[in-house]
Design a protein around this ligand. Structure first.
Ligand code: ADP
Ligand code: MG
Length: 683
């Protein structure tokens, strides 16, 4: 890049130290920063036909003064000037507050242009700007609006950018390869810069934006993928030479044939296991798509290659369930699976830790207890985490550092929208199970208002009488576990009374000890309890196929993806299952969210919708999401461009010419500046 542009803004004639300080408040230090300080919206001064303008919308119209203006004063400083204006065939009022001097500038039948808010009922524009008679017209119909802070004004920032463009705009160099500019008909960088700051038309803005969106995404993707490439090449992992015969045999003896999607992801993962690179892969699959058996196959492969495996899950209940199902699958093959949670103590714990270190235990299953220092593996080859988004970045790192660079597989049932997956997990490989095992019945979901609770309970009773079981999920009160628990207790006693001795109602919440939780879960699992009232602790993984009914209180408080997770606890057996959302949402968005839950069972569709309705920041709940920030691009709305950029970046990174040809020099320089690449790769 031209070093001219990395100079301080004071190199611009007309910008001195004082202005530089103002600009520093906006994080603008160099000329380049200033040139790339983009507007976030535009004032639209295009003339419009009043017939198309909605109530309260801002509009600019052109007309003729129709009658003598009338001026009214309220007190000394405040006034209202009203004038009738003929706009095409409409006669409207235009009102100016506190601009009495305009009165003398107006003359009947002379042209007038005003901008202001349209009151459709009163047929009135409350004007904040006006051009009267033959004043200079605006140069453009679009005026950029910039975020400002501190002492800088909108006018000021416009002027400084004008100075920068006129003196240094020509030094802005293209950074995208010509082939992409041609292929996507993108504006060059210089023109696009001018167009964003001084647009001639809305089309101008659109084209300029399109160019910068692509640029931002391409640079970002090149960085992520180069990172991945270098990490792969530099961090040698373990090559797991699994025994293919044994593995095939194991898969054949499974109680069911794998779905095509399961076969595909198993192959993708096995390829990584065999390769000497360290696997860093995300496995996405909707609730019930059969991730556990995929995990079992991979763990089997690891053990057959002579390495240990670990499976880490977020809750003890889930750990217990996974331990049970893995033991069932793997024990017949002489594979030792053990469970380690914080409630396993004393002698038993000591035995497990010793046997693990001796290599007598092949597979360890547990919660974050697995990453404590006292847990030492003999030769850990594969780590699998389930529901990975619940683990912090730090926990993931510690886990990876157990053993000599084990392969890592992150499994998640929260379908992460494609848009987010290719940004947040851009440095990971992604496998997707996009197919459900055959014969699964879609869960029927209904939305009911709170006042329909009697009918809902009647419905529930009917299911229970047919020998089925039900979950009742209590409202979620953010940041107050205590209130959550209280709600659960109240609903539990209400239902206990309601069902009298006809059905047994259990209670599960986060304040129970893990022994108590396990007892409750066991009772529900064995049908000693027919109804389980619970807070969201049952959200993940729990598997009771005879449960066919779920009632979710205050459903509007949950995110769509979370509702979908909860709903995934039913529909696990052969019988038709139902999910009732009890909710009285107040907003349109709230209503739309309930409606979409009743319309689709596809977790990916829901997660995309969730992202659209809540925005990327909220999607992961916490601020730790590490989402990249873009100046112009919007991950949700521009996701097609993001996908295109990802594919282009991937082709570039893999091609030899990228690392040598002068066409790509600006991109290589970018990589170097962002610290992704050490100098030696450059020619
Ligand atoms: P999840 O992806 O939500 O973890 P699970 O692994 O718990 O899903 O699988 C859900 C249910 O589907 C389990 O009872 C499992 O035994 C069953 N299952 C998994 N794969 C298949 C398959 N290919 N055919 C039939 N049933 C399957
Ligand atoms: Mg699971």
């Amino acid at each position: 890049m031209s070093t001219l542009l990395t100079q301080s803004v004071t190199a611009i004639t007309g910008i001195g130290e004082e202005t530089a300080e103002l600009l520093a408040d906006l994080d603008i230090f160099t000329i380049k920063d200033l040139l790339e300080y983009f507007p976030y919206r535009y004032e639209d001064y295009r003339l419009r036909d009043l017939a198309d303008v909605k109530h309260d919308e801002k509009v600019t119209i052109e007309g003729k003064v129709h009658s003598e203006p009338s001026l009214v004063y309220f007190g000394r400083k405040r006034s209202r000037l009203t004038v009738r204006v003929l706009v095409d065939r409409y006669l409207i009022n235009v009102v100016f507050f506190n601009q009495p001097y305009l009165k003398n500038k107006m003359a009947i039948n002379e042209p007038i242009t005003v901008t202001g808010k349209w009151d459709q009922h009163r047929q009135t524009i409350t004007a904040n700007e006006a051009k009267i008679n033959n004043q200079q017209p605006n140069k453009t119909d679009f005026v950029p609006v910039y975020h400002i802070r501190g002492k800088i004004t909108t006018k000021g920032i416009r002027r400084f950018i004008q100075l920068a463009i006129s003196q240094f705009g020509h030094d802005m160099e293209e950074n995208l390869p010509q082939e992409f500019l041609r292929k996507y008909k993108l504006m060059n960088r210089r023109d696009a810069l001018r167009a964003l700051h001084f647009p001639l038309s809305s089309e101008d803005v659109k084209q300029a934006r399109r160019r910068f969106v692509y640029e931002e995404f391409l640079l970002f993707q090149i960085k992520m993928q180069a990172l991945r490439k270098f990490e792969r090449e530099n961090s040698l992992g373990i090559s797991l030479a699994y025994k293919l015969d044994q593995l095939k045999n194991f898969i054949e003896k499974l109680p069911f044939p794998l779905t095509n999607a399961q076969k595909r992801v198993v192959n993708e993962i096995l390829g990584d296991l065999k390769s000497p690179f360290r696997m860093n892969r995300l496995l996405q699959g909707d609730v019930g798509s059969g991730k556990t058996v995929v995990a079992a196959i991979c763990l089997f492969a690891s053990v057959s290659a002579g390495f240990q495996g670990a499976l880490m899950v977020p809750t003890e209940i889930l750990a217990e369930q996974h331990a049970e199902s893995l033991q069932q699958l793997l024990h017949p093959w002489g594979i030792q699976c053990e469970l380690l949670t914080s409630s396993i103590k004393g002698k038993e714990r000591k035995r497990i830790l010793e046997q693990l270190q001796q290599g007598e235990i092949n597979i360890l299953i547990g919660t974050h207890a697995l990453i404590q220092d006292e847990v030492v593996f003999k030769n850990l080859g594969l780590v699998i985490t389930d529901e990975q988004h619940r683990f912090g970045v730090e926990q993931r790192r510690v886990l990876r550092e157990k053993g000599e660079n084990p392969d890592v597989l992150f499994m998640t049932a929260t379908p992460i929208p494609r848009t987010l997956a290719i940004t947040v997990f851009g440095e990971m490989d992604v496998s997707i199970i996009d197919e459900m095992p055959a014969g699964r019945k879609a869960i029927e979901t209904f939305w009911a208002k709170q006042n329909m609770i009697d009918r809902v309970l009647g419905f529930m009773e009917k299911e229970l009488s047919q020998g089925r079981q039900a979950y009742v999920i209590c409202p979620l009160i953010e940041e107050s576990e205590k209130l959550d628990v209280q709600n659960a207790i109240d609903i539990h006693s209400m239902l206990t009374q309601y069902f009298q001795n006809r059905f047994q109602v259990g209670l599960m919440h986060g304040r129970l000890s893990s022994n108590e939780k396990e007892e409750v879960m066991r009772a529900f699992s064995g049908n000693a309890l027919q109804v389980l009232v619970s807070t969201t602790v049952v959200e993940v993984g729990v598997n009771v196929p005879n449960a066919t009914f779920m009632l979710i209180y205050d459903a509007e408080r949950f995110g769509l993806s979370q509702l979908h997770q909860l709903r995934g606890r039913v529909g696990r057996g052969q019988e038709q299952s139902y999910c009732i959302l009890l909710a009285d949402p107040k907003t349109d968005v709230g209503k739309e969210r309930m409606k979409i839950m009743t319309e689709t069972n596809d977790g990916f569709v829901l997660s995309e919708k969730d992202l659209e309705l809540r925005g990327p920041g909220d999607f992961f709940g916490k601020k730790q999401s590490g989402l990249p920030e873009f100046k112009v691009a919007d991950m949700v709305h521009d996701y097609r461009a993001l996908e295109t950029a990802r594919d282009d970046a991937s082709k570039l990174i893999q091609s030899e010419t990228f690392w040598h040809s002068p066409d790509y020099l600006p991109l290589r320089e970018f990589l170097q500046q962002s610290g992704v690449m050490a100098g030696e790769k450059l020619d």
